[in-house]
Design a protein around this ligand. Structure first.
Ligand SMILES: [Zn+2]
Length: 493
């Protein structure tokens, strides 16, 4: 991708003035016991005209290089994915407190403090670049900055930043930095439910107690406390929709007592993965039933390892095609639309988090074909969500619905050394495990602190554009904490 073509990515940005709401009650920590109010006392009167909906879509561990590689595979061009057509596109920094402190130590400056910090310590645009690769070329200096030493955030701290607006430590799930006893941070969906009576829910292709959904729907100083996170999600938060993996994985991710309790709970309609049954069809049929009966929806999917089996692209130059990894799981888009069918019944509006989490897992294993399959799943799912909002004859449209597509952090330092055509894949040498030289390269099986992309449409998009004040004279860069204010602003009435 040349710089000139790259400039298309930042063209057309409008900096719209938009008044900011007061977010006083939302960024403070509260004791665990006060997080939820069972019967909200002072909800606004229902006003159909004031309905607001927020959809946040996460491609876990996805950066622009992965998007471009997938777009080239599917369409033979760089910007052909569904979310590439959205009117707002921005770059996002993802540093957490661990990243900040490692950089601060390198520089000999003070560690992170919530009240006094320098964004240039968290992410230095002079060293890391003012745009992500491949908009800017890979250089020795950038490789040095990102890889030597390798300093990166994780899905827990970055989900916390997006869900609460607060920077925290790696591994913290909406929990304050330093792990104080009463460190739980109010998350945006719980604020929206409490303040406006909105429905809340999530969809994920990985275990439902994993870091990304947990960041919006649970609280814990330890991301690997899967049972505690699952327990809080299923018995305390009780989202209106949960569709995800992990349920078929024995007791790796969930306490079977919590799963059994949900199965026995008449307020939830339960749909499970069944041998030989199309999970996409069953989750959509279940959503229809839940909608008709006014029930919540619990979709128990995933394979024996907890994740949905990833879609599989085939190497067929000129004729790209991607097969489902298993028909027994929904496609990402089936799950997202099922969630929307249920959540959209609430005249007060809804919040949906939808995560394609296997992009990250494929990048950790430097699995290029699996990554293409997972980003395709995300691309098709976002198209299904856009089509849902565009559907005529209902109360959901772009005047009241905001969608944001982004990643939590970068991963794998994929570099595209040649431009593969539509339908072209590269695969590893079965003996050496190496990719063919000169085609693609990876530098790590870990995350990196590179910037990721943000795409948005709807009333909240202007808030994100207005948040691009982190670095003077760089009106295309926001910080991940801006997602929190955007969510509250997009839902404000
Ligand atoms: Zn990861």
């Amino acid at each position: 991708m040349t710089q000139q073509r790259g400039n298309r990515w930042v063209a057309g940005l409008l900096l719209l003035a938009l008044g900011c709401g007061d977010f006083d009650e939302t960024s403070s920590s509260s004791s665990r016991g006060l997080r939820y109010v069972a019967a909200p006392a002072r909800l606004p009167a229902i006003d159909e005209a004031a309905r607001r909906n927020v959809i946040i879509v996460i491609g876990d561990g996805m950066q622009l290089a992965h998007e471009v590689a997938t777009s080239r595979y599917l369409y033979g061009k760089d910007d052909g994915l569904s979310f590439h057509q959205l009117p707002t596109r921005l770059f996002k920094t993802t540093w957490d407190v661990n990243v900040y402190n490692a950089r601060a130590s390198q520089r000999g400056v003070a560690p992170y403090s919530p009240n006094t910090f320098d964004p240039m310590v968290g992410y230095d645009i002079n060293l890391g670049g003012e745009a992500p690769y491949p908009l800017l070329p890979d250089t020795a200096g950038r490789r040095e900055y990102f890889l030597n030493p390798l300093i990166y955030p994780d899905s827990a701290s970055t989900a916390t930043a997006m869900a609460t607006g607060v920077k925290t430590d790696s591994s913290n799930i909406s929990w304050f930095t330093g792990d104080p006893v009463n460190g739980a941070l109010a998350t945006s969906p719980q604020t929206l439910r409490r303040r406006y009576g909105m429905s809340i829910g999530f969809v994920t292709t990985v275990p439902l107690s994993h870091a990304t959904p947990s960041g919006w729907f649970a609280h814990n100083p330890e991301r690997f406390a899967y049972w505690a996170l699952g327990h809080e999600i299923l018995t305390e938060t009780r989202p209106d929709v949960v569709i995800g993996g992990g349920v078929q994985a024995g007791t790796s991710y969930l306490d079977s007592l919590d799963v059994e309790a949900i199965y026995a709970d008449p307020s939830y309609l339960v749909v499970k993965r069944e041998p030989g049954v199309d999970g996409g069809e069953s989750v959509l049929a279940a959503a229809e039933k839940a909608r008709a009966a006014g029930q919540r929806l619990f979709g128990a999917f995933g394979g024996p390892d907890g994740n949905f089996e990833s879609p599989v692209p085939v190497h067929a130059p000129g004729d790209p095609s991607v097969a489902r990894g298993s028909i027994e799981n929904p496609r990402f888009g089936d799950a997202a639309v099922a969630a929307l069918e249920v959540l959209s019944q609430n005249p007060r509006g809804f919040f949906l988090l939808a995560e394609q989490g296997d992009i990250d897992w494929s990048n950790h294993s430097n699995d290029f074909p699996r990554m293409i399959g997972c980003v395709t799943d995300l691309h098709e799912g976002v198209q299904a969500i856009l089509d849902f909002v565009d559907r005529p004859g209902d109360a959901i449209d772009w005047s009241n619905t905001t969608i944001v597509i982004t990643a939590d952090h970068a991963n794998s330092y994929l570099r595209l050394e040649t431009e593969l055509g539509a339908g072209e894949l590269v695969v590893r040498d079965p003996v050496t495990g190496a990719y063919p030289p000169g085609k693609i390269s990876y530098a790590t099986g870990s995350h990196t602190s590179e910037m990721v992309m943000v795409y948005a449409k709807g009333p909240g998009a202007a808030f994100l554009e207005e948040s691009a004040t982190v670095y003077p004279n760089h009106p295309t860069i926001i910080d991940d904490t801006a997602l929190h204010g955007m969510t509250l602003e997009a839902a404000r009435r």
